[in-house]
Design a protein. Sequence first.
Lengths: 381, 289
Amino acid sequence: MAWAEVVVDVTRVERPRERRGDALLLSALALPGVVPSVAAQSVPDKGIFEAQYLSYRDWQPGRNRMTVNAPAFYALMPVGDTWVVEGGMVYDSMSGASPLYFNVLSGASIGDYRTAGDIKVTKYIGNQAVSVGTFVSSEQDFLSRGASFNVQYFSDDRNRTWLLGVAGTNDRINATNGVAPNSRRNSIEFVAGITQALSPNDIVQSNLTYYTGHGYYSDPYKPLDTRPSQRQTWAWLTRYNHYFVEQDATLKLGYRLLLDSFGSTSNALDVAWVQGLPWYGISVTPALRFYTQTAAGFYKNPPFPTGYVDGDNYSADTRLASFGAITAGVTVAAPLWDGWNVSLRADYYRQDPDWQVFGTGSPGIQIFAARWLQVNLSKNF
Amino acid sequence: MAGEHEIHVAGADADVARTAADAAIADVARIEAKYSRYRDDSVISRVNAAAGHGAVDIDGETHALLRYADQCHAQSDGLFDITSGVLRRAWNFRLEPPRVPSSEELAPLLDLIAWRDVEWSERSLRLPRAGMEIDFGGIGKEYAADRAATILMERGVRHGFVNLGGDIRALGPQPDGAPWRVGIRHPRAQEVAVAGFDLVDGALATSGDYERYFDLEGRRYCHILDPRSGMPVTHWQSVSVVAPLCVVAGSCATIAMLRGAGAPAFLDAQGVAWLGVAADGTIYRPPAG
């Protein structure tokens, strides 16, 4: 540009303002591909580092149960222009009595500690992304290893993403009490999903997951506990987010239906409201979760061991009972400086057989409550 | 699409820049081929060839462009009309010596300018009278610039601009954060800039009376023609518009040329920044903000 500049001044191009005269701009935004889409699934160009500390405690009326403290780390790194590597680690330490009626922690036992890690590598090729991952989780009496493979396909306008995935898991159970030594469990899971940006302010996601496994599903620490050696589940998860421009707030809705071949059906409804505040980029997110599940077919109500028939499947594990639960929580997040962000989260969980909305709750089990406190520090770089 | 095309990418790895630019260039070529008046196999040629006959099937992209053109028609009170290209049959800017067509020559052509009569839907388009034609002048090239910028951004380019024959869409500042400084050509002295605009992520387009024209008896006759009279516009030598999208900047600049004295009110109502060089050479520029 060899032009002699006679007059030069500065006009910063502002984002389009809301005004009635913007008719041409509004209709131009309907043209395909003139602006990057809201869901643009291009290759992440920034790395993320996250450190988190979780404190969990549960109790039943009159007695404290278990506490768990879990530091966790996560990192995502773009490598070159089309590769992304991400991985995480968590270390749980648990203490306290084993609950009489409840144990909300997954896994076959209440170990003293758990160490788990995963790593995933993603390659972006044009409109597609292919991921390969592996994970391992280890406790004193339990070892789980697995691998996953995912393919994502992005539409040309990047407003839609299709997902197909498969994951296999191999578990080994060696209960410290010597029940069922060297037990194994193998499972495979398939997921198909779609994410669609409906408008610059609306996005919807729907995933269908099928799980099938066989092996040792019983709880070796619960007397007489005998569960089927085959398990299949179907899970359907749908999420919808809407951003309210004037309020600077996002409504997040989620629903999950899970059908389990053990005989139970669960429904979970999530509602969260992310409210941006006018100070320092701080946001406050109150959230509520409603959950109900019906009992597994072989679950027997207390007193133990009512209903036990030798040779039949049997469990008195109240995690398999019929109940409803509500989780209420709030998250406060704030940007710090230089790409660092901090968030604090507190959740309170309460489960009650009377809150079962589909049918009646299981009788004879006590109300159970838990709370989580979580601190998360992250950095984008 | 005449004029120099340029894709300027900065602060990116050479391979990324090359791959991204290739994809953007391919899309510009695709749009040019699809909507060219000069190619027999283009959508435009097929539609025009079927004028007065049946409807021609169109796809979603073409429908979106028609919808935008319809909005321009409404916002310009009918001055921006994609069927007005028929006037080219009477105006030949290359003729030596130049000649101004008579009103008898123009009258039958004016009858063919009738966007309102065009029958169009999501799937098809029909020009009702033989001799009618459409083209996407004023929006097609600008749409291509916006899409090229999107393609670059979606491939990770954060610094650069797309320049299609003087219509420019920026997609992020220079690598050091400074805006791109874009000069506006003087309509009567092409190597002189009358002003500059700083672009970070918006677009700048100019419509002027110097692209195709002839001068006769002290008067400038340019290719921007008023669909009501069939005569060239005379109020502005050029109008440059800065808007978030190039397609908006381009159509606003063309509508401003057509609106003449009504241009400032129209442009201010659209919320765009602009600079106009009036017929007498006076530079008009509203205060920023």
